[in-house]
Design a protein around this ligand. Structure first.
Ligand code: ATP
Length: 447
């Protein structure tokens, strides 16, 4: 983990938030390369969930959330961790994380466990009073449920179909830790997939398989992933079945994504006319909603769809792919190099064009010309690396996972050639500049 954190800072992937003022705990900022990596991971998810399928629509809803949404969802009552305070040093701990003494000062003078709500509350509008507050959403899912009718009405979807959303979520985690693994502000990639009751078990099973396969495509080896079926008391109250995709993070085996069969709990909680809908889940009485969140079957009976929810953390995903890609490679003769063997579709920089000499105008202009030509393919960022030191440039781009380095030298000017260096094999080949567009677009078109 230390190596990854150091690389992230050194090369501009991830910084501690508000670092110059001492940092804000549980918050991180994604730097120039981090934002590219994160966007690439999110695009890969969006492509596989929305574009490659014919049964999913997208959504981008607001972060500030009406209190009733999180009241009827149950978050106001139940989104809590039991906490224990140390009466001596005032430290606060999650009850499931300590034994009978304070890990900080060793005192046994502790309070009984008390609930602690994980939601951030903020005031909305000019007057701060009890009627003008909203929550920062603790998950993106609730806004999908409350938009169910808008989306059905505007797209004429029938079951089964899904609504996908990527965005920020906020949880006032008691002990944020392990770098970007557990933070207070994070991003989620969530799909709510609506199915006919009775079809739910099969869909749950197939979503667990599809999501596991997707993580493998992002460069996580199969043997580092493990599907954990949650049972008994560990199962959330609304869930009929939950499978967590666990990954061997540097700090241990932990949840990367959860896939839950949420039954009719969510739409049942947010719908009007609950009594007429034969809702199976145990929902809070809702007298506020003005929308019937149900669909008609072929016999014109109203049914509340069941929901299968694959919910993945973007930040945990970034940490997992960085951890897998990070390689300290032995080059023989006591030499090593750090190389980030990211899948090419995830690499923050698709190609670095390197002029052999930084102060030679012809070489530098040629490099910019090549960069502009390749940038227009829209595979991601292409840069000119104008340090004048080829060895240093290769080392830097190995460390940030750039698959291709293209060196512009005097042959480029005289013989119209360019040298391509491959990140993983370090092989170099000289090709005609006329062929570089095709080489580059072929290389990335299957990524
Ligand atoms: P955990 O048990 O680790 O707290 P959770 O079961 O509460 O996670 P979910 O509510 O299922 O998490 O959220 C779905 C996904 O969102 C998780 O699989 C994880 O990838 C991500 N996630 C949840 N909480 C955090 C957090 N504090 N920091 C980063 N990612 C998070």
């Amino acid at each position: 983990m230390e190596d990854i954190v150091a690389l992230c800072k050194r090369r501009g992937f991830i910084f501690q938030s508000s670092e110059i003022y001492g940092g804000l705990q549980g918050m991180y900022d994604y730097g120039p390369l981090g934002v590219e990596l994160k966007n690439n991971l999110k695009s890969a998810w969006w492509k596989s969930i929305v574009y490659d399928r014919d049964d999913v629509e997208g959504l981008d809803s607001s972060i500030l959330t009406h209190p009733d949404v999180l009241k009827f969802s149950g978050h106001e009552d139940t989104f809590t961790d039991p906490m224990i305070d140390c009466k001596s040093c005032k430290a606060r701990w999650r009850a499931d994380q300590i034994d009978d003494k304070c890990p900080k000062c060793g005192s046994q003078d502790l309070t009984e466990p008390r609930p602690f709500n994980l939601m951030f509350k903020t005031s909305v509008g000019p007057v701060t009073d009890e009627s003008s507050y909203a929550y920062l959403r603790p998950e993106t899912a609730q806004q999908i449920f409350v938009n169910f009718k808008n989306i059905i009405d505007s797209t004429s979807r029938t079951l089964p179909f899904g609504i996908a959303q990527i965005g920020k979520s906020f949880r006032n985690e008691i002990t944020p830790r392990n770098f970007i693994f557990r933070v207070r502000e994070f991003e989620q990639m969530e799909l709510e997939f609506f199915v006919l009751p009775g079809d739910d078990d099969n869909w749950h099973k197939s979503w667990v398989e599809m999501r596991t396969k997707w993580w493998i495509e992002q460069g996580i080896p199969k043997d580092k992933l493990n599907v954990l079926n949650i049972t008994g008391d560990d199962l959330a109250h609304y869930s009929k079945a939950t499978a967590d995709i666990m990954y061997s993070f540097p700090h241990g085996d932990e949840e990367l994504e959860g896939i839950a069969n949420r039954t009719d709990f969510d739409l049942g909680s947010h719908t009007k006319n609950q009594d007429s809908l034969n809702i199976k889940a145990n929902v809070k009485d809702n007298n506020k909603s003005n929308s019937r969140l149900a669909v008609q079957n072929e016999n014109k009976e109203w049914i509340v769809p069941y929901i299968i929810e694959p919910s993945a953390g973007v930040d945990r995903g970034v940490l997992a792919v960085l951890n897998e890609a990070f390689t300290n490679e032995d080059l023989g003769d006591g030499k090593t190099r750090i190389v980030l063997k990211l899948k090419k579709h995830l690499s923050p920089i698709k190609a670095a064009v390197i002029p052999l000499k930084r102060n030679n105008e012809n070489l530098v202009n040629k490099a910019h010309e090549v960069k502009n030509r390749l940038q227009k393919y829209q595979f991601g960022r292409v840069v000119v690396e104008n340090t004048g030191n080829i060895g240093k440039s290769y080392r830097k781009h190995d460390e940030v996972g750039t698959p291709l380095c293209l060196t512009v030298d005097f042959d480029s000017l005289e013989k119209n050639t360019i040298t391509i260096r491959d990140r993983d094999t370090m092989n170099q080949e000289s090709i005609s500049l006329d062929k570089i567009d095709k080489y580059f677009s072929d290389y990335y078109s299957d990524a």
